[in-house]
Ligand binder design. Structure first.
Ligand SMILES: [Fe+2]
Length: 274
């Protein structure tokens, strides 16, 4: 990773960034959810693709601190290199398991909210290239280094393995991926699907239901849908392309993944735009 092709921002807050969705910090005493145990453990999804659930993270939102469970996705590319999506909090045991799969070559912050743990993985894997959506460094709430901005054009490094879409909102911009070998769709926040039986605090269950992100009817929370006002055609085009590719399953970052009926789940979750 070379210094010249990295941009560095130490800005904690950028003027003109209006969203309360960005004040992200670690919960010191996470106890808001019954976690998807075991944590920090690779769980196979299909051939050459795994997820790992991690500790909670919280974001300040409308004066409240909203906790979220975390999940990263690990893919072994056709080259044998390892691609990590939305890295969770660093864990020596997890990292050892990942390294056993192959060389860690690519670290992906998939949207403008999912970057917090990227620096710790970068420091342990300095040869890995880091990717993020356009504008991430400027919006990040901590110093962040990115080698390459993601776009609609799939990088050569993984073009044989993935399709990808850049879905730019007024606040949140997300890049979504389709793992072609396993027909697995990898979304981040465009579907959130919290199992309320796992939520300990009544106010949080209420907020999740109010936001429209409760299992089994998980979707982009209503505030995120507002993020795409005026841009629904862009979202619709991406979702329609995903459907054409006939995914088998959907990995998401928060809550229960959809391990079957992926096309029907897409039509349901994105009925606000289709
Ligand atoms: Fe998220």
């Amino acid at each position: 990773m070379t210094a010249e092709n990295r941009s560095i921002s130490t800005n904690r807050r950028k003027a003109g960034w209006p969203s309360p969705l960005v004040d992200e910090r670690i919960l010191m005493s996470p106890d808001s959810y019954a976690p998807y145990v075991p944590l920090n453990t690779l769980k196979p999804v299909a051939e050459s693709i795994w997820i790992a659930d991690g500790p909670e993270i919280s974001m300040r939102y409308l004066g409240m601190t909203m906790p979220f469970p975390t999940r990263m996705t690990v893919v072994r590319l056709a080259s044998g290199e390892i691609w990590i999506h939305s890295p969770i909090e660093w864990s020596d045991d997890l990292a050892s398991a990942v390294m056993a799969l192959g060389p860690v070559s690519y670290l992906v912050a998939p949207n403008t909210l999912h970057y917090w743990h990227l620096p710790s993985w970068q420091s342990h894997f300095p040869a890995a290239r880091s990717y993020g959506p356009p504008g991430l460094v400027a919006k990040a709430r901590r110093p962040l280094m990115i080698d390459e901005s993601l776009s609609e054009t799939v990088p050569d490094a993984w073009k044989e393995t993935f399709h990808q879409w850049l879905i730019a909102g007024s606040v949140l911009t997300e890049v979504d991926f389709f793992h072609r070998p396993s027909r697995t769709l990898i979304l981040t926040d465009l579907i959130e699907n919290f199992e309320t039986c796992r939520v300990h605090k009544p106010w949080l269950r209420w907020a999740i239901r109010l936001g429209g992100a409760a299992d089994p009817d998980g979707k982009a929370p209503f505030d995120m849908q507002v993020n795409f006002l005026g841009r629904r055609a862009l979202v619709r085009a991406a979702i329609e392309h995903m459907i054409v590719l006939m995914p088998k399953r959907i990995i998401i970052a928060h809550g229960r993944c959809y391990d079957h009926n992926a096309i029907a789940e897409l039509r349901r979750a994105f009925r606000w735009v289709l």
